[in-house]
Design a protein around this ligand. Structure first.
Ligand code: BT5
Length: 338
């Protein structure tokens, strides 16, 4: 497996492998002759054969049909720009896709690319992370081949104080993608854990570069446990955790999930830019697991109990505490009281 350099080919954002896959797809499982491929791609028959061999090594099943050509019979569930962008309907988020086998943290890589000028909507995806980051220096377990680890670069024209509004973008989009790809019913716990049947299946970590008056860029980091198995979870979890596959009782396609996620992020972000925070806040409240519930919040100032009444303009949790006062909580871990 290669390191963290983006791979333009095979099956990167451009190149012959991607074109071969596009031709196969346009035939819907039909046979394509080697001669046709070589003519279309302006390469030799031997070169075509070499590319087909490389695709097979990635897990594509391509049958040779004697004296007629080749046929694509199986596409692996791998996260590559070619597969992700096939049939993806987005205007901004996901128009530039960078997929690597492994990196320390997709957030770190995306942050670096953003500093170097990467465009808004650039998405960084890794099959595995060696030092996946949780909040407050915690670790995010990131085994290869089973989950989604991605980071999205945004450059919204907003003040830094409003940046927390966009933490809700990830949670709402993940919840929609969970529903679309697995049929499960997700709920969001403030600020942005996504739960299924009370188990944490996704976590988000946002990072920002800003001046006093202006956000330079935001990196939305999203980790989703898709097909992770029981024995792959670390032993001492902060919150009981699970994966979509464990909850649904069947494997869930990573590609289908990732496409659904990018489309949901793209449409909610477009709406945020056009209409502001209100629709996003409504969507978040509609899926909230904490709204109206009695909770405990532990943060830097210790523990607080109360009933959740909503979230405010800057994403703070509004908590009605015993005695009747309304507290605004800016950060902390929430536990729902039974
Ligand atoms: C989070 O932190 O939930 C944020 C996780 C963000 C991960 C994504 S992956 C792509 C991007 N690149 C990164 O480097 N990070 C982001 P927090 O609420 O602090 O939860 C972390 C805690 O959850 C850990 O201390 C563990 O107890 C537990 N945990 C670790 N790995 C987990 C997993 N895969 N699933 C569920 N819980 C996990």
């Amino acid at each position: 497996m290669s390191g963290e350099s983006p791979r333009p080919d095979p099956v990167g954002g451009s190149g012959i492998d991607r074109q071969i896959l596009e031709i196969f797809r346009s035939r819907n499982g039909g046979v394509v002759s080697g001669e046709e491929l070589s003519r279309y791609l302006s390469v030799s028959r031997t070169a075509v054969w070499k590319h087909i061999k490389a695709l097979k090594e990635l897990g594509y099943r391509i049958e040779a049909v004697p004296s007629r050509g080749y046929r694509l019979v199986f596409t692996p569930d791998i996260l590559t720009p070619a597969e992700l962008s096939a049939g993806l309907h987005v205007a901004r988020i996901g128009t530039s896709l960078i997929c690597v086998d492994e990196t320390d943290s997709t957030n770190t890589l995306a942050y670096r690319l953003a500093e170097e000028g990467a465009a808004e909507g650039t998405v960084v995806i890794a099959d595995a992370q060696s030092r996946g980051k949780g909040r407050l220096g915690r670790q995010w377990e990131s085994p290869a081949g089973v989950n989604l680890y991605c980071s999205i670069i945004l450059r919204p024209p907003i003040m830094p104080v409003h940046a927390p509004q966009l933490t809700f973008l990830s949670a709402v989009a993940v919840a929609e993608a969970v529903e679309r790809s697995s049929g499960l019913t997700p709920a969001i716990k403030w600020p942005n854990d996504v739960l299924v049947n009370g188990f944490k299946v996704a976590g988000m970590l946002n990072e920002m570069s800003a001046e006093t008056e202006r956000v330079e860029f935001l990196v939305l980091g999203i980790g989703v446990n898709i097909n992770m198995q029981r024995d792959q979870f670390p032993p001492d979890l902060r919150h009981p955790a699970s994966s979509l596959a464990l909850e649904a009782g069947r494997e869930v396609g990573r590609l289908a999930f990732a496409r659904a996620l990018l489309e949901a992020l793209d449409s909610h972000y477009a709406r945020y830019l056009a209409e502001g925070y209100a629709p996003l806040r409504e969507a978040w409240l509609g899926r909230s697991a904490v709204m109206g519930r009695r909770v405990r919040v532990s943060g830097q100032q210790g523990e607080m109990r109360g009933t959740v009444e909503g979230i405010d303009e800057i994403g703070a949790l509004l908590l009605r505490i015993p005695g009747g006062a309304l507290e605004r909580v800016l950060a902390g871990d929430v536990t729902i009281d039974e």
